[in-house]
Design a protein around this ligand. Structure first.
Ligand code: GLA
Length: 679
């Protein structure tokens, strides 16, 4: 079967990537090695169960050694070997690292910092995302590639760019400044509209002409907040335009081949929800931190974002490390079993591919100490054995491919709000989008309740509970949708400093959070952020401690579930509950400590009838389900280091232990995994 057999048709106008089994493989950089090694690569790939590689990511300089002069001969041979071996290729567009001749010829493609410092070539991604020269040269290369490999039997999927915005998320050069002004003209039409949106009467910033506008370069003090917000939007868009320029070529030349790009997790500069509209399958690179005992929870949230960005369709784990990375201060290998466990975690949360960076560990260059599927020491190694065992194991469960996860709980996340939230000049500089999201995600993860993480414009009616961690920026329209959701019977949980400002970062007037006051049944009169390390007591139906934030709440129909037990706000509401329409709206005016948060969230979701997948899940065990193709599969992942027994509501068979009889309980060793076929 060729790669083309796995592509779905495009008659519906939608190209999907629907592999017949879970893919396994990684980044393949054969150009690092003499050709004699390639035959061994293919042999070992087959031994390890590799079904797909991502090739060519950093090959621009080799396939176009001089401007306009192409040398694809060596790459033809790579594609040929892979195709002959039945290994599919996720073909990179090769544009992530421009060759030295390009920046020599056109130094204006180099990005600049907010201080006007030029970033030089010598690593990678040394281009300004707005550069027309970069985009033109990239597109020219992609035309060559697409034309050359359009009919190649190994071509399964296009991999555009690589980790957009990893090293060049934002550029402040003159080219970017001009592009920003163009972008602003399109957004606002007139300079008067821009002035109104940016509140430029403040500090005498009023513009007479778009030509006066600059990127928010280093200034004496706080730059205009809306200018900063728009620059984040613009910078994300500039990267997206690079992606779209290449995608347009691919659509034209290879209309049936799906396209994707690999995102980074919790990556502030790039909005994965927005980009997903232009991706046929979503893809994520995730590098667990073995020194962090909660790395799997951070990963879980990133996996959910990736799946939900793609509308719930299966996604690709495009990169992970087989062992250690090389870019943290101290780089731990993955202890035995951890790589398998974390790979299965991606599948458990909806991935249809487990891929790594990279196939063979580099001998030289900046990533020579980054682990790879074939380590420096060769195949008689723990890493190669673990990798191969996983490759064989994934091959045994083709029925999992294409199945989907579902959730009754949604957390809202919004990159626009993130960009606005973490600017200076706010009541507290300690609010972090990522940390707050995880604090709200964790109680559901620990309880074994699957969650979706979705942007605010998603349909909410299918969820029993919607959690809004801290959407500082919120449009009237979103607030109205949340209000209608509760009126119609939904359960909503909102935390502090949400619904404060509109899309232009102007405060919604009339008592915070003005557009949510009706549904929450309260008014916040004053913010009272807590000092670093300070704690405040909570008293009432829930008691314990909270930190980070407090605020002066007046009830307007809501009931206090807990009040502040000490400090300036003693006796005033801290946690509230408001019966509204047919639903319920909860509000937290502070950050409860994790134990209190868990109790609170358990209660909120019990009232919403959002149940865990399994009752009495042992601590440290993650449970998820995937469904489809007449099957339902329950995944159990023991993130702890000691054995844990999970009681099942029915007899089930562990697909990863084919010899075992169906049983009503499963004992997972430390870092153990089971995939149960549920009736
Ligand atoms: C990123 C990049 C890869 C490689 C890995 C190393 O994910 O996409 O090219 O540098 O990091 O961890």
């Amino acid at each position: 079967m060729t790669a083309a057999d796995h592509r779905s048709g495009s008659s519906s106008g939608i190209r999907t990537f629907e592999p017949a089994r879970l893919h396994f493989g990684g980044d393949y950089n054969p150009e690092h090695w003499p050709e004699e090694v390639w035959a061994e690569d293919i042999r070992l790939m087959k031994e390890a169960g590799v079904t797909m590689v991502t090739a060519g990511i950093f090959s621009w300089g080799l396939v176009e050694p001089r401007p306009g002069s192409y040398d694809f001969g060596w790459f033809d041979r790579v594609m040929g070997h892979l195709g002959d071996a039945g290994i599919q290729v996720c073909l990179a567009t090769m544009t992530a690292s421009p060759p030295p001749w390009l920046s020599r010829q056109h130094p204006e493609i180099l990005p600049e910092t907010a201080d006007g410092v030029r970033k030089w070539p010598g690593s990678r991604q040394h281009y300004c995302p707005s550069s027309p020269v970069y985009r033109t040269r990239a597109v020219r290369l992609v035309e060559q590639l697409a034309t050359r490999y359009a009919e190649h039997p190994a071509l399964a999927l296009w991999h555009i760019g690589n980790e957009y915005g990893c090293s060049n998320p934002v550029c402040y050069c003159e080219v970017s400044a001009a592009d920003f002004r163009r972008w602003l003209r399109e957004r606002y039409g007139t300079v008067e509209a821009l002035n109104a949106a940016w509140s430029t009467t403040f500090w005498s910033q009023r513009y007479g002409d778009f030509e006066e506008v600059l990127p928010p370069r280093t200034a004496p003090t706080h730059a205009n907040p809306t200018q900063q917000l728009d620059y984040a939007r613009f910078s994300d868009d500039a990267l997206l335009q690079c992606y779209l320029a290449e995608r347009e070529v691919l659509r034209r030349i290879t209309p049936d081949v799906p396209v994707t790009t690999n995102h980074m997790p919790h990556h502030k500069p790039v909005d994965p929800f927005r980009w997903a509209a232009y991706e046929d399958v979503t893809a994520l690179d995730y590098y667990q931190e073995p020194y962090d005992s909660e790395t799997h929870i951070d990963a879980a949230a990133a996996f959910d974002v990736t799946r939900c960005a793609g509308g719930g369709r299966p996604w690709l784990l495009m990169e992970q490390a087989p062992g250690a990375v090389n870019w943290r201060a101290r780089n731990s290998p993955k202890p035995p079993g951890a790589m398998r466990l974390w790979s299965w975690q991606a599948v458990a949360q909806g991935a249809d591919a487990v891929l790594y960076f990279q196939w063979r560990q580099s001998q030289g260059g900046a990533e020579k100490f980054h682990s790879a599927m074939v380590p420096h020491a060769g195949t008689d190694t723990r890493i190669f054995r673990e990798v191969s065992a996983l490759g064989q194991e994934l091959a045994t469960v083709p029925q999992l491919a294409g199945t989907r996860c579902s959730s009754e709980v949604a957390l809202l996340a919004d990159w626009n709000s993130w960009w606005a939230l973490e600017q200076g000049s706010h009541p507290s500089s300690a609010l972090s989008h990522r940390e707050t999201l995880l604090r709200h995600y964790r109680p559901f993860f620990d309880a074994g309740v699957p969650c979706d993480i979705v942007p605010p414009d998603r349909a909410l009616s299918g969820y029993r509970l919607v959690v809004v961690p801290n959407l500082y920026l919120m449009s009237e329209e979103t607030a109205e949708r949340l209000t209608a959701y509760v009126r119609d019977g939904g359960h909503l949980f909102v935390s502090y400093f949400t619904g404060i400002a509109d899309e232009c970062d102007r405060v919604h007037l009339g008592g915070y959070p003005a557009p949510l006051r009706e549904v929450l049944g309260l008014r916040v009169e004053e913010f009272w952020p807590l000092d670093e390390g300070a704690r405040v007591l909570l008293r009432g139906e829930l008691s314990g401690q909270a930190d980070l934030w407090s605020e002066a709440i007046d009830l307007e129909g809501a009931r206090a579930v807990a009040t502040f037990g000490d400090g300036e706000l003693t006796g005033r509401p801290a946690l509230t509950r408001h019966a509204f329409g047919d639903g319920m709206a909860w509000y937290a005016g502070t950050r409860p400590e994790p134990g209190v948060m868990r109790t609170l969230m358990d209660r909120v979701r019990e009232e919403a009838c959002a149940a865990p997948l399994l009752a009495d899940l042992p601590p440290g065990v993650q449970a998820t389900a995937r469904e489809g193709g007449d099957g339902r599969y329950l995944f159990l992942l023991n993130h702890g280091e000691t054995a844990a027994t999970v009681t099942l509501p029915h007899l089930a068979r562990n697909l990863l232990d084919p010899g075992a009889e169906p049983a009503a309980a499963v004992t997972l060793p430390g870092r153990g995994v089971a995939v149960l076929s549920a009736p």
